[in-house]
Design a binder for this molecule. Structure first.
Ligand code: TYM
Length: 334
């Protein structure tokens, strides 16, 4: 087999260190991050440059960045198999981002749903970074010649924009960037809020009952599921007018790997209350070992430093190649 044929596909993804990680982040992204490691060449980062598009307390940002890293490791990402690093440690991301911002159109950036949502939410701070955020994300992806980007559905539009930018750049300068594709999980690409299942589960929701944090304790998790909003009627099955039950079925399916038919059969004699408790207990059982590993890892700051330092060295070597190629193409190679 020649070297080219042996090359594994490159996978890249990131998470913002904004407070804590929700069950939505875990099922939409982290679970896939772990399972992709054996067959692919994986790169994962804590996206702290992205985080400052909304105001951050510096001490909290620092703490959340390390905790984010510890949590990624606790979820099963293995630094022996994957490169894990902190985005701000590699200056190539910001460097490529400037270049690519000159190849992204104002209209394209204005159409980003997340920009529109966040501008409505943080109306007193609609900064330039919030607007150009998808260009930075495109740079994260394109710097490593990424083939696949495992994300939840809310990031799909950003990955599509990365393709648009790559295509435009390649069209002008001949092939520089690999065209990336999204990988969405079969179940769990969009986990909805527990208190309003018409909305995405989000860490920025002011109501803590609306989300489960991966590090919530067992009782809190079960309580949150028990108070989850369900629909009028009865019966455990998926339907358009049963958003609450459908969301709980999605969560149960993503956690256990069971399909709808199996779930309907398993809970055919259950009322809503017992079903909610059962899902809560299953989720709590799944998250408990992650929390235990997290507690060990976060206590070992020397280990964390070793992981992010080595990860960054490897990441920078790779991203330097793409950046240098881009600089030459646009005429900076003096
Ligand atoms: P972030 O930090 O908002 O979310 C991290 C990952 O979790 C997914 N996710 C969800 N999945 C299912 N249901 C939900 N309710 C839910 N909420 C969040 C997100 O889709 C994401 O995959 N911009 C990114 C971070 C990033 C990135 C990148 C990702 C920066 N650079 C390059 C991929 C490639 C973000 O803010 O994710």
């Amino acid at each position: 087999m020649d070297a080219q044929a042996e090359k594994k596909p490159v996978v890249l993804s990131g998470v913002q260190p904004s407070g804590f990680v929700t069950l939505g982040n875990y099922l939409g992204a982290f679970k896939n991050w772990k399972s992709l490691q054996d067959e692919n060449d994986c790169i994962y980062m804590i996206a702290n440059l992205h985080a400052i598009t909304v105001r951050q307390d510096p001490a909290a940002l620092k703490k959340n960045t390390l905790e984010g890293l510890a949590l990624v490791l606790a979820c099963g990402v293995d630094p022996e198999k994957s490169d894990i690093f902190i985005q701000s440690h590699n200056p190539h991301h910001a460097q490529l981002s400037w270049v690519l911002s000159c190849y992204a159109q104002f209209g394209e950036l204005s159409r980003m749903t997340q920009f529109k949502d966040k501008s409505a939410k943080y109306a007193d701070n609609i900064n330039g970074g919030l607007f150009t955020y998808p260009v930075l994300m495109a740079s994260d992806i394109l710097l490593y010649q990424t083939d696949f980007v495992p994300v939840g559905i809310d990031q799909k539009q950003h990955v599509e924009l990365a393709r648009t930018i790559a295509n435009r750049f390649n069209g002008i300068y001949s092939d520089v960037f690999t065209m990336p594709d999204c990988i969405l999980p079969k179940q769990g690409a969009k986990i909805m809020s527990l208190t309003d299942p018409s909305k995405k589960m989000s860490k920025s929701d002011p109501n803590p009952k609306s989300y489960v944090a991966v590090l919530d304790d067992r009782n809190t998790i079960i309580k949150k599921f028990k108070s989850a909003m369900t629909d009028s009627g009865s019966g455990i099955y998926r339907a358009e007018d049963k958003l609450g039950i459908s969301n709980l079925m999605t969560i149960y399916s993503a956690v256990t790997g069971k399909n709808d038919e199996e779930i309907v059969k398993e809970f055919q004699n259950f009322g809503y209350g017992d079903f909610k408790a059962a899902v809560g207990e299953t989720v709590a059982d799944t998250l408990a070992p992650i929390k235990a590993r997290f507690d060990e890892i976060i206590a070992d700051k020397a280990y964390l430093k070793e992981v992010y330092t080595k990860g960054n060295e490897r990441a920078m070597k790779r991203s330097a190649k793409t950046l240098s190629k881009v600089y030459k193409k646009v005429g900076f190679g003096i």
